[in-house]
Design a protein around this ligand. Structure first.
Ligand SMILES: NC(=O)c1ccc[n+]([C@@H]2O[C@H](COP(=O)([O-])OP(=O)(O)OC[C@H]3O[C@@H](n4cnc5c(N)ncnc54)[C@H](O)[C@@H]3O)[C@@H](O)[C@H]2O)c1
Length: 344
């Protein structure tokens, strides 16, 4: 009989509830604890999911419920302390929200802790489960584009919200070849005041080890996607090769989105839109699959997300240093602070 994995969730806002919901609906998991610093949100979630245990302190919840899986969905400022709490409670896997961290220093510490303890990590780049995202991957993998030389991802949503997603899916379309250097440019300081603190616009040129070039743009000056009538869903991610291109437009239900390709087989296109209800169940199921079998690495493996974060942080360092930045990255001045200083 398959094991049932126990799960505790901290941060019960929009994304925490999405996670708790997908866990509660999956027979391979049992929700054993919920946590939010907001008691009203906590009570509401306890009722909604029929969970007896609740706490306003994540470390206490982990000590008392000893889950196999710790999920946390807090805003970007809160990562390292919750990773520490999960590792100390000896969980098997920590699933958390993008972006991985707000600085490379923090991400390096987080990775040291989880690697030393043998704790698996998963980062929520779940858009990839969309059928339109999968269709583009299928076309690229079929060889219909010939030799892929370029991948790209653009979003008019700002960096700390969207760049993690753009880098991850563009890298997926390039088989997660390692990024070896990045050159960046950025402008605008208004969005530094946001909880997802970011430059208003950032562009990153990425060189991958397999020779493919990546172009990532996020923020106000990124290209519009006029086919999609929803600000957060105006994302275009794809690949170009010697014999064509294929790309996904993230989209939203009733607001446009889908995929298109031009290859030697002709012009093709199809519908699609980003849908949490569609994307979360397989994302959660893949956690059970990885815990069952170490060879079934989760598609949203934290190690991939870490490399993606290096691209984002490398782009910011590149703006500050006015040059190309080689990866992997070591510790340095926190990137957002350094970037804000030079843009101000
Ligand atoms: N993957 C995606 O598609 C996607 C979509 C939206 C947001 N996100 C990301 O998800 C994360 C959370 O976003 P959200 O929209 O759910 O935010 P939210 O503000 O709705 O929820 C955050 C919750 O965390 C709680 N919280 C804060 N500190 C806490 C602590 N110490 N312990 C326990 N709970 C605490 C807050 O009270 C709040 O309820 C962000 O990093 C965001 O970028 C991802």
């Amino acid at each position: 009989m398959s094991a049932t994995y126990t799960v505790a969730v901290a941060g019960l806002g929009k994304r925490g509830v999405h996670h708790a919901d997908a866990v509660a609906r999956n027979a391979r998991f049992k929700l054993v604890g919920l946590c939010d610093i907001d008691p009203a949100r906590l009570d509401e979630a306890k009722k909604k999911f029929g969970v007896g245990y609740g706490s306003t302190d994540a470390a206490q919840m982990l000590k008392e419920t000893k889950p196999d899986v710790f999920v946390f969905c807090t805003l970007p400022q809160l990562r390292l302390p919750l990773i520490k709490a999960g590792v100390e409670a000896k969980v098997k896997l920590i699933a958390y929200e993008k972006p991985v961290a707000t600085s490379m220093n923090e991400a390096i510490e987080m990775r040291k802790l989880t690697q030393a303890a043998g704790v698996k990590t998963v980062v929520s780049h779940q858009h990839r489960y969309g059928q339109h995202y999968q269709k583009v991957k299928e076309i690229i993998a079929s060889g219909a584009l010939g030799r892929v030389h370029t991948v790209y991802g653009t979003s008019i949503g700002w960096m700390m919200h969207m760049m993690s997603h753009m880098i991850d899916y563009a890298s997926w379309y390039n088989d997660y070849s390692d990024p070896v250097w990045v050159a960046g440019q950025a402008s605008g300081t208004e969005k530094f005041a946001d909880v997802h603190a970011s430059p208003d616009y950032i562009a990153a040129v990425v060189q991958y080890a397999n020779g493919v070039r990546g172009y990532i743009e996020c923020g106000a000056d990124a290209p519009d996607v006029p086919e999609v009538d929803s600000m957060w869903h105006k994302c275009r991610i794809g690949a170009q090769g010697t014999e064509g291109f294929a790309e996904v437009l993230t989209g939203k239900e009733g607001k446009g989105g889908g995929w298109r390709a031009v290859t030697k087989n002709g012009v093709q296109s199809g519908p699609g839109f980003m849908d949490y209800a569609h994307d979360m169940p397989p994302y959660i199921q893949d956690i059970a699959n990885w815990l069952d079998d170490p060879k079934k690495v989760h598609p949203c493996d934290g190690e991939r997300a870490y490399k993606g974060l290096e691209v984002m942080m490398g782009a910011m360092r590149s703006v500050v240093a006015r040059g190309k930045v080689k990866l992997p990255l070591g510790p340095a001045e926190p990137e957002l602070e350094a970037l804000k200083r030079v843009l101000s």
